[in-house]
Write a protein that binds this ligand. Structure first.
Ligand code: GLA
Length: 730
């Protein structure tokens, strides 16, 4: 990695091992983008520019010092709105006079070792300054006094560039930030497919790939959370890019709230990508001297196709976003009672499940929703974090004492940001939730959302949750969030700050997460939002794993886990074996296949283990032992997607290869029986010269044979069949 400034030509060049990113100060201070892609040696690419393109319908900037220099047709590094560039733009401020034409010019820059922390926001971090380099470019909009610092950072060992923006008001009047995207990249062509991950509850991160089109496409959320519907991730890839070959540019945002990623192809076939906080429902008042920091965007470039891009994200998220005790430690294999009992449980029933689970090697019992207040269904008590002694006489310690006799740990469900309308908390503080005075409060699962923009609310939740966590031996917390924000307003803010609430809400959630995770460093926090409704790098900074989806059907999970893997590593995806027929889809599935699919994740069970057959109990035991054995390869290895469940109608497959290439773990699942189907697969990522022994048949193959000729799984596979095959270096 390196960052270099060519002072004679005013060119910045940011290099990672395999990528270069170049920009240049031109024409009296305009910062122009020159190049992003495979590593190149030269920095002076000014010859690529053409100054005059369309002189009348793209009016030109008089201060550029040359005639006909139109911002509208020029590549920009951080485009502004209203002063000549008509494309989607990254930044604008509204001045006191009401105008919002904004124009940023270069002022100065600084290059230094290390990476700054973003105040109050999650971001990529490094443990030592020598592991990162940062470039900060200071820009100024002279008329408004908006000073903008563009931060670029590279981390040793990654083909990634991290970007964010800091805005300071250097004038003596307040102004409003109307939009402040975290990144903006101009490409000089339009020959790309867009990959993005859309979905809904129980079907998160469906991968879609389509050629980009003339005009603007937007992938966004304005739900107050990153959402089930659209994930804060987009990639532009060559039309012919495959898993292994072709250019792939991935963008993700370290942010859990409203986001927007826009892709515009302009009329001269240039493409712009911007990504950041969604400007819709956003406006931030910045008083003289105040600063605002945007979330961080992560950009990855790979010449090794979509798979190469994904593996860069996986490693970066695992090593430089996830934190805490469980970052590198195998997480306990758990049994969660939600699908086993729903609200119908008590101490006795939970102990029965634990007694069945412990001898099978399961290490933790998680008590899900329904242990507090008077909650026996969805209608009450969220916010009243007091143990319901009707269900749990004697409190949590009766349960934890019994679990410790069984050698098991204990985990607990919370929904810290939510309040039931029918709760003591709501009755005592009806103004503590997000609302607009005089307007109906929309109802989602009989709840409202607490106003996390208010410090006293965050303090209250911190104290309430902490006191439960201190009351017993608790090793794990499942932090859920089961509704999106509506009627967004805060009773604590003046009229001209109401559009700050969405972002202030997210900052409050991060504050609470930081305080709880640092106060209880030994507790493993798992994120959840009706499954994977808030599955983003912002959350992974606090929670090293997230409940991937409420859909535990093995076929559906093949898609959800495959789609998630486009950006996110296996280590962050919780995956449980649940009952058959499945509670979401009613599909029947063998115990084996349910176990095989859940093994590619943070593993556990979600069914009543006290009522399964002895034969199934033996299978649990074997699955648990196998998970422990394969854990290192699955979680820390390289992930290769082999057969795509979205486009292949009969089966899917994926593979993990250990860092030293001494072991590969292949999983395949047949999703549709085809008469006389042929099941033949080529592996990837192996050492061509190593001899590997396959675990089931004992047959040995060289790596090059497995990757080029492949293996034959026969033609007698049926709907629902699956296997995990392990290839060990002989
Ligand atoms: C959400 C979660 C589930 C479960 C329920 C409890 O839907 O995703 O796993 O915890 O809430 O109400």
């Amino acid at each position: 990695m390196n960052i270099n400034y060519n002072s004679e030509r005013q060119i910045f060049k940011i290099d990672t091992e395999n990528s270069s990113y170049i920009m240049m100060v031109r024409r009296n201070g305009y910062l122009q983008h020159l190049y992003y892609g495979a590593y190149i040696k030269d920095d002076d690419l000014e010859y690529l520019f053409s100054d005059v393109i369309n002189e009348s319908f793209s009016p030109w900037a008089p201060s550029a010092g040359v005639k006909f220099f139109a911002l509208d047709t020029q590549p920009q590094e951080y485009s502004c709105n209203g002063a000549g560039d008509y494309r989607v733009s990254a930044f604008s401020v509204e001045m006191e006079c009401g105008n919002s034409a904004t124009a940023l010019k270069y002022v100065s820059h600084e290059i230094f070792d290390g990476k700054k922390r973003l105040s109050g926001l999650p971001a990529v971090y490094v443990e030592e300054d020598s592991m990162a380099k940062t470039l900060e470019i200071t820009m100024l909009d002279e008329l408004s006094g908006a000073q903008v610092v563009l931060s670029y950072c590279v981390v040793d060992g990654f083909d990634a560039v991290m970007r964010y923006t800091r805005v300071k008001n250097t004038s003596n009047k307040a102004f409003f930030i109307e939009k402040v995207y975290s990144t903006c990249v101009d490409f000089d062509d339009k020959d790309y497919d867009l990959i993005h991950l859309y979905g809904t509850w129980a079907a998160e991160r469906t991968m879609e790939r389509k050629p980009i089109i003339q005009g603007i496409q937007e992938i966004a959320s304005k739900r107050g959370s990153s959402s089930h519907n659209h994930n804060p991730f987009v990639a532009l890839v060559d039309h012919n890019a495959t898993e292994e070959h072709g250019n792939a540019y991935g963008f993700t945002l370290c942010y859990s709230g409203n986001f927007s990623a826009k892709i515009e192809v302009d009329t001269i076939d240039q493409t712009r990508v911007i990504m950041g906080i969604n400007p819709e429902d956003f406006k931030w008042k910045l008083c003289p001297g105040e600063e605002f920091t945007s979330p961080e965007a992560i950009m990855v470039y790979s010449a090794d196709g979509i798979g190469g891009m994904s593996r860069q994200f996986h490693k970066l998220i695992r090593k430089n976003i996830c934190r805490g005790k469980y970052k590198n430690v195998r997480r306990p294999i758990l049994i969660n009672n939600w699908e086993a009992t729903y609200f119908e449980f008590n101490t006795e029933k939970l102990i029965k499940i634990a007694e069945a689970a412990a001898p099978l090697g399961i290490e933790m019992l998680v008590m899900d929703d329904g242990w507090f207040g008077t909650r026996n269904d969805e209608t009450t008590s969220i916010g009243d974090w007091i143990v319901n002694e009707n269900k749990l006489p004697g409190g949590l310690s009766v349960l934890t004492d019994k679990l410790s006799q069984l050698g098991m740990k204990f985990g607990l469900w919370f929904e810290p940001e939510i309040v039931s309308f029918n709760s003591e908390l709501y009755r005592s503080h009806p103004d503590w939730c997000i609302h607009v005075p005089g307007r109906d409060r929309s109802v989602g699962r009989e709840t409202a959302v607490l106003d996390m923009s208010r410090k006293e609310v965050v303090d209250h939740v911190f104290n309430a949750v902490s006191s439960v966590l201190r009351s017993a031996d608790i090793s794990y917390v499942k932090w859920d969030f089961n509704r999106n924000l509506t009627e967004v307003g805060s009773a604590a803010l003046p009229a001209d700050r109401q559009k700050e609430v969405f972002h202030r809400y997210v900052l409050g959630v991060y504050d609470l997460a930081e305080r709880l995770t640092s106060t209880f460093p030994d507790i493993l926090f798992e994120g959840c939002s009706g499954g994977g409704g808030r599955f983003d790098c912002g959350m992974f900074y606090y929670f090293p794993q997230i409940w991937t989806s409420d859909d535990t059907d093995a076929f559906e999970r093949c898609k959800i886990q495959y789609g998630s893997s486009i950006c996110y590593p296996t280590s962050v995806m919780s995956a449980h074996v649940s009952a058959s027929p499945n509670h979401q889809t009613a599909r029947k599935m063998s115990f084996e296949t349910r176990g095989n699919v859940a093994t590619s994740g943070s593993f556990g069970y979600e069914l009543d283990l006290s009522i399964i057959s002895n034969e199934e109990k033996e299978m649990v035991k074997a699955q648990v032992e196998r998970y422990k054995d394969l854990y290192d390869t699955i979680v820390n290895g390289d992930n290769y997607r082999l057969i795509d469940p979205f486009t292949n109608s009969r089966w899917c497959a994926w593979e993990y290869v250990s860092e030293d290439k001494s072991r590969a773990v292949l999983t395949y699942v047949v999703t549709k029986y085809k008469i006389k189907g042929r099941y033949h697969i080529k592996l990837a990522g192996l050492d061509p010269n190593t001899l590997y022994k396959e675990s089931v048949t004992g047959r040995c193959y060289y790596g090059d044979t497995l990757m080029n000729a492949g293996i034959n799984l026969g033609n007698d596979l049926h709907d629902g069949d699956s296997a995990i095959l392990v290839f060990d270096k002989v």
